[in-house]
Structures are given as structure tokens and as C-alpha cells.
Design a protein around this ligand. Structure first.
Ligand SMILES: C[S@@+](CC[C@H](N)C(=O)[O-])C[C@H]1O[C@@H](n2cnc3c(N)ncnc32)[C@H](O)[C@@H]1O
Length: 273
């Protein structure tokens, strides 16, 4: 395979899946969307006829359940969610060479007995490695918004005899994590897809122990040699525009991964604390 072909392949999972026949969310048939919308509309109409009007407080609470998704955050275009049908790409053989994943996982400094979270876990490429480091006395919670990803992860854990992993089906704006629990939250190549970055960062911040760390791994936008489309990369400058205002302080950087930034954050005070 020549270099040009490789470059093209790296770009497939995100923006060109529809062209290759591997579906992403954009390639969902319109008919299935239509059926879905029509059903929701019919059920909503029935409920509207049958249920009494909500009080003001209840209406507010309902509205808070689904805050509007952002398309842009602090000048950055938010990428679409990678569809689970492309998940095999996350387990590709070349990934170790391209991303030095074992080195990245060792650099996390996880210790036996710790509690960690792999947020936006996909099918668990990193989750299972993390599970080995925290050992049987520790635990890794994997969160994703696609149940199919979590099911694949569970199957992989079972096949490999790994028992210290739990999965949580999150929502776009809520990872459903317990407060004050994690020694470390890892987000690899997923933060740039979050449609509710502030809601997510607030929830992550609450889920960390006071000494806990958030580790963000994103493809380097500053590096034209990283063969990933710009929408799926982030610059350090952009990361620093987004995390510190949401209560995170940069405490460490690991700059030796081939393609990615790896930035360690701790909880920092917010004015409302
Ligand atoms: C490109 S994949 C990366 C998966 C995994 N971290 C890896 O590197 O193998 C991004 C994942 O983030 C998930 N995701 C997107 N938005 C999310 C959110 N708000 N909460 C949790 N997961 C989310 C997607 O469903 C997808 O599985």
C-alpha cells in the first residue's frame, strides 16, 4: 500500500464513511429518520392530549434534561459522533504504531486499586488496557453514548477474562458518573465530538476526586503531517481556550506521542465554588 493510499484510509472513519459504504450517522437512510420522527410525533400528540399541563418548575426541569446541542464551541466546529458501525477501525493493527497506545497508557501512571474512567470509550481499545493496570482491586468505568459500542466492549472484556470493567450508557450532555470517585478520567479522541462540552466538563470535574486527573488525548491540529481531517484535531491553544474556563488547571503535558497531544488537568476552583 502506498503512502497516498494510507493517508486516504486514515481519513475514512470520520468524513468519508458514507462514500465507502461504511455507515456513519450521516448515512442513516432518510426513511428510518422519517419513521422515527413520525412515531415520536404521534406519541407526543397522544401524551399532550392525555396528560395535564406541567407546572412552571416541572417544565424547567424537563427542559434541562435535553439542553440544545452546540455546533460550535469557542470558535471550534464540533465533529459528528463516530458511528459504531465503523468501530472495527478503532482496533486496527497499525494503531499501536501510529499512536503509541501502550506508551500512552503507561504514561497515565495508573496504580493497582485505583478507579478510572474511559469516557467516550468506543469499543474499549483503551479501557481493557487500563483495566490491567488498576488490577482486580481497581475498576474502570467505560462511558459511551452508543450502546452498540458498549456491547462490543463487554464482549471483548468477557473474551479476555477481564472482570473489573463496568459500562455506563451516557447521554450527550451527561456521562452519568458518580461524584468524587475517579483517580483519573481519560478521554481519547472523543472530546472534540462532545456536543455539550460545558455540561460534560462540569460533570467530569464533579466526578474527579480532589486529587484526580483528567487526561485529554487529541490529534494535533498544529501538525500538518498528522493525516487526520482538521475537524477531528485540536490545537493546544484551543484546548486551553476550553478547559481552564471550565475549572481545569493544566498540570502536565506528555509531548512524545507520534500524532496526539496528551494533556493532564486537575480540578481548579471556579468562581461559583
Ligand atoms: C472516535 S471514537 C473514540 C473511541 C475511543 N476513545 C478510542 O479512542 O478508541 C469517539 C467515541 O466518543 C463517543 N462519544 C461522543 N460523544 C460522547 C459523549 N457526549 N459522551 C460519551 N461518549 C461520547 C462516541 O460514541 C464514540 O464512541
Amino acid at each position: 500500500m502506498n503512502a497516498g493510499m494510507k493517508l486516504w484510509l486514515y481519513r475514512i472513519p470520520f468524513e468519508r464513511l458514507a462514500e465507502t459504504g461504511i455507515p456513519n450517522q450521516r448515512s442513516l437512510p432518510m426513511s428510518s429518520l422519517f419513521v422515527c420522527h413520525r412515531t415520536v410525533f404521534t406519541v407526543s400528540l397522544l401524551l399532550a392530549c392525555l396528560t395535564p399541563p406541567l407546572s412552571g418548575a416541572a417544565e424547567t426541569a424537563t427542559a434541562e434534561v435535553s439542553p440544545p446541542a452546540l455546533k460550535v464551541y469557542k470558535g471550534r466546529l464540533i465533529a459528528q459522533t463516530m458511528h459504531w458501525e465503523g468501530a472495527e477501525w478503532l482496533l486496527r493493527k497499525e494503531r499501536e504504531r501510529e499512536e503509541s497506545t501502550q506508551r500512552m497508557i503507561r504514561t497515565l501512571g495508573l496504580k493497582p486499586g485505583q478507579t478510572a474512567c474511559d469516557l467516550g470509550s468506543g469499543n474499549g481499545y483503551h479501557t481493557l488496557m487500563m483495566a490491567g493496570l488498576v488490577g482486580e482491586m481497581g475498576k474502570v468505568i467505560a462511558v459511551d453514548i452508543q450502546q452498540e459500542m458498549l456491547t462490543m466492549l463487554q464482549e471483548r472484556a468477557t473474551t479476555q477474562g477481564i472482570h473489573n470493567v463496568e459500562t455506563v450508557l451516557g447521554e450527550l450532555h451527561d456521562p452519568k458518573l458518580p461524584d468524587n470517585t475517579f483517580d483519573l478520567v481519560l478521554i481519547v479522541d472523543a472530546y472534540h465530538e462532545f456536543s455539550h462540552p460545558e455540561h460534560m466538563l462540569l460533570a467530569i470535574r464533579k466526578s474527579l476526586k480532589p486529587t484526580g486527573k483528567l487526561v485529554l488525548v487529541e490529534f494535533r491540529a498544529e501538525d500538518a503531517d498528522v493525516p487526520i481531517k482538521p475537524l477531528h484535531k485540536m490545537s493546544k491553544e484551543q484546548i486551553m481556550n476550553e478547559l481552564p474556563p471550565n475549572g481545569f488547571r493544566l498540570v502536565h503535558e506528555f509531548n512524545e506521542l507520534p500524532w496526539q497531544h496528551m494533556m493532564f488537568f486537575e480540578r481548579a476552583p471556579l468562581p461559583e465554588d
